[in-house]
Design a protein around this ligand. Structure first.
Ligand code: DWN
Length: 425
């Protein structure tokens, strides 16, 4: 019997996944890092942990920024802990996205809307409120089960060209296909966009949202670099990539979510010169996104964030001040592992998500407690590991502030957060 070939867990990237060029240069090495969504149960703390390379490279031909290694998606996506519905910010954001996309295609009742990486169905529920027939695609079995239990029909698969052909046969073409915070997770982008072209109606539109590379670089958001994000997207490389698959980028727009994200649509048919696309193309050139020097400067800035944070935490420890973490996020785990911050420095992290509470952070093994423990322990300082939700978090912790607590954010520079509303002491 032939031995089933074991798929390698990590593959080195040898060419650009957007333009196939071999002119790719590594500019940042975050070191061996555990999968940042891999929270650990107490009983598993003594078990050996897997660490994977986390290096980032730049394609000097098309400008695509991407990881230098690909971790087997089966390792990262079969059981996925991130759900957007835990944040009112994201629920409101997805309601607006559904209305925006529906208006662009004059969505009619019964039109098919497919969401790729549909997670817990938050976005699809917004489309259903507008009369759409909805269908989700997500490889995470835990999320597909949760969505199907909430009557959001979800196919528990990775989206591929092959699956697109099957879905078109079963459900017809989609008037809208959406993909939020997941295009960056895709290794074979050519197969992915071929699939979009197959499933999308001739008069339909594809809408994708992703954290924007310019914000990442200008905001030193290096903690959003993790193994599941294979690409760090911008308009220039996407323009050429989608054109290879008969798709035209149109109407890019910036949003504040996730540290600065872009929403951009794609249509089928002849190439169009979209003025907003041109504006972003020139903006990226002006911001140096096509120059290697920009990324070397970014690397120096990241080293400074690490130095400043460790120095400040050392000072606070010398003053016997207690520092906690807020938001057991993937980005927080990248920061903690890269800056080598463990429970001797941050004894606990509070978080709103029930299935993270009682677990421990990967690599650093910091215990995760329910949010109400912040007031119980009343740490002197709280480090916002989920800095992208700073206003939402600070707004709900006025009592902690009133009792003398302080929030600091680590990115883009270490800074004390001054609450917007005056806090009565
Ligand atoms: O790419 C991804 C981005 C879009 O979101 C996903 N792969 C994973 C996720 O990144 P993340 O893990 O950094 O997630 P968040 O949503 O930035 O992290 C927020 C964390 O903070 C969650 O664990 C929930 C927690 N939280 C909280 O404790 N209280 C969040 C809010 C708003 C709160 O009030």
């Amino acid at each position: 019997m032939t031995q089933k070939t074991q798929r390698p867990e990590v593959i080195q990237v040898l060419k650009c996944r957007a333009c196939d060029s071999k002119s790719i240069t590594t500019f940042l090495e975050l070191g061996p890092t555990p999968i940042p969504n891999g929270f650990i149960a107490k009983d598993d703390l003594a078990k050996p942990e897997k660490f994977y390379p986390l290096d980032v490279c730049f394609c000097s031909k098309c400008g695509m920024v991407q990881l230098s290694h690909v971790v087997d998606p089966q390792v990262m996506f079969m059981n996925y802990v991130y759900v957007p519905s835990t944040s009112t910010t994201m629920i409101r954001h997805f309601d607006e996205l559904a209305k925006d996309a529906s208006k662009r295609v004059n969505l009619e009742s019964g039109n098919l809307v497919v969401d790729i990486g549909s997670n817990d169905g938050t976005l699809l529920k917004a489309f259903r409120k507008l009369g759409a027939t909805i269908l989700g695609v997500d490889p995470a079995t835990n999320l597909a089960t949760l969505a199907n239990e909430q009557a959001v029909p979800t196919v528990n698969e990775f989206f591929t060209k092959k699956l697109a052909m099957l879905l078109r046969k079963q459900h017809g073409k989609a008037k809208i296909i959406s993909a939020t915070n997941m295009v960056a997770h895709v290794n074979d982008l050519h197969d992915f966009f071929e699939g979009i072209g197959i499933l999308l109606d001739e008069n339909g539109q594809f809408v994708m949202e992703f954290p924007y590379l310019v914000n990442l670089i200008k905001g030193r958001e290096f903690d959003t670099i993790y193994q599941e994000h294979l690409s760090y997207l911008s308009i220039n490389p996407l323009l050429g990539l989608l054109r290879q698959h008969g798709l035209n980028l149109v109407s890019p727009k910036l949003f504040k979510v996730h540290g600065g994200s872009i929403r951009v649509y794609a249509t089928k048919g002849k190439a169009v010169d979209d003025k907003d696309v041109q504006r972003f193309v020139f903006k990226e050139r002006r911001e140096g996104m096509l120059k290697e020097e920009t990324y070397l400067d970014f690397q120096r800035g990241v080293a400074r964030v690490k130095g400043d944070l460790n120095e400040q935490l050392y000072r606070l420890r010398k003053l016997d001040m207690v520092v906690a973490g807020y938001g057991a996020s993937a980005k927080g785990n990248i920061l903690l592992n890269y800056c080598r911050i463990g429970r001797e420095t941050i004894p606990f992290i509070v978080d709103s998500i029930p299935h993270k509470q009682g677990k421990f952070t990967p690599g650093t093994h910091i215990p995760i407690l329910p949010e109400d423990q912040l007031l119980v322990h009343q740490p002197d300082v709280t480090l916002l590991l989920a800095w992208n939700f700073a206003s939402e978090i600070v707004a709900k912790q006025t009592e902690y502030l009133a009792k003398g607590g302080r929030f600091v954010r680590p990115i883009p520079v270490l800074e004390l957060i001054r609450p917007k509303v005056r806090v009565k002491r």
